[in-house]
Design a protein around this ligand. Structure first.
Ligand SMILES: *Cc1c(COP(=O)(O)O)cnc(C)c1O
Length: 374
């Protein structure tokens, strides 16, 4: 599989192969559904499905039964709408910016109403069209990012809102779900519970990936995972139950030997302490390999760690291949940046970031090989 993709990549003049396992995304969806059997599992496909391609990813998720899709921007919803059947609902997490009302209503896109002005503008759009528009109401239960404040929520009349909108569900978002033991989680859950009781009989969407693995108390009617679908660990530092989805292999451009004392890369931040063999590979920070990997991260070949030496450049990285046999790597050979030896969480940790940022930064310069059912 990879050999084939490698030939395609090189023939197109591309420096790497990004393999995206759609069957693994389907398996991860089923895995989440299996441990929250009474919940509906939605999918968060914002930011081009965390960089993996919103169209193929949404199609595979629809095929395994997902009918609820979340994006961040209305523009993302408008772009996705023609690619999903009408039975799929598309929700906009960032809500309703002024001016987007007509486009959203025309395309049957459902905004998450996060503030009183959004409620009023969406209600007015409905009045102008002579119908109740669908809506989701988000409450801020402790993150102070998006959603109605406790004071604003207290001022709402649930019956009035139900009269003005087709309220699909209520929602809130956990600030600390990647740390299941953090007491902020229970506090947010209790606040959301009280709001849900006051609204009565409306479904609630609460858990993201982390919350989905925090037991039944967090598994309300609709679960909203993103990163876990794409193979990221739902909880930092704990065993990852998800199947890996992404593999990234990058081509060697050239190799060289340098004597002790040679400076390596921009700024000369690494000096060879002995004779070293180096390879320059065809991806850099413009391909989503952060500068934070400079002198810290590594590539891999057949289980051998090949440390990054010097700074990560925009389009290339220098790695130390001294640990390999002299003829192990030639121009056009691939080394692993993400794969069985280095998970998205591991490379993110080396770069001082999180798997979300690694995935969403991968960019468009790799040959993309989508694996379907095996
Ligand atoms: C991004 C996002 C999600 C998905 O979070 P993951 O941690 O990737 O599962 C869910 N809900 C909201 C509101 C989000 O912004």
């Amino acid at each position: 599989m990879l050999a084939n993709a490698k030939s395609c990549a090189l023939a197109l003049g591309m420096g790497g192969v990004l393999t995206i396992d759609l069957a693994a995304i389907a398996a991860n969806y089923r895995r989440i559904q299996a441990q929250a059997p009474t919940a509906k599992v939605a999918a968060v496909v914002k930011a081009d499905a965390y960089g993996l391609g919103v169209e193929p990813v949404s199609h595979i998720l629809y095929d395994v039964g997902c009918r609820l899709f979340f994006v961040a921007h209305a523009s993302e919803a408008l772009a996705l709408r023609p690619h999903l059947p009408p039975a799929a609902d598309i929700f906009v997490l960032n809500g309703l910016l002024p001016g987007a009302e007509a486009a959203c209503a025309d395309a049957d896109i459902i905004p998450v109403l996060n503030a009183p002005d959004q409620i009023e503008r969406w209600a007015a759009e409905g009045v102008a069209r002579g119908r109740k528009l669908p809506a989701v109401l988000q409450f801020d239960t402790g993150m102070s990012r998006l959603g109605l404040s406790p004071a604003e929520a207290g001022g709402l009349d649930p019956d009035d809102l139900k009269a003005r909108f087709d309220v699909r569900f209520l929602m809130s978002h956990l600030a600390c779900a990647d740390e299941p033991a953090n007491p902020a989680n229970d506090r947010q859950r209790d606040i959301m519970h009280d709001i849900a009781v006051r609204f009565g009989n409306i479904p609630v969407s609460f858990a993201n990936s982390g919350g989905a693995f925090m037991g039944p108390a967090y598994q309300t009617s609709i679960i909203r995972p993103g990163i876990a679908l794409y193979g990221g660990a739902p909880h930092v530092g704990l065993a990852n139950p998800m199947a890996p989805v992404v593999r990234l292999d990058v081509a060697v451009i050239q190799t060289r030997s340098v004597p002790a004392g040679t400076q390596i890369g921009y700024g000369g931040t690494f000096t060879a302490t002995q004779e070293m063999r180096l390879a320059t590979i065809a991806a850099g920070y413009a391909d989503g390999l952060p500068r934070g990997l400079s002198n810290r991260g590594a590539a891999w070949l057949d289980g051998v760690r090949l440390p990054i030496v010097g700074r990560v450049s925009m389009d290339s990285i220098i790695i130390d291949i001294s640990a390999l046999p002299a003829d192990a790597l030639a121009p056009g050979d691939l080394v692993e940046l993400i794969g069985p030896h280095q998970s998205i969480d591991a490379i993110a940790a080396d770069a001082g970031t999180i798997s979300y940022e690694i995935l969403t930064a991968l960019g468009r310069r790799y040959y993309r090989d989508y694996l379907r059912a095996s």
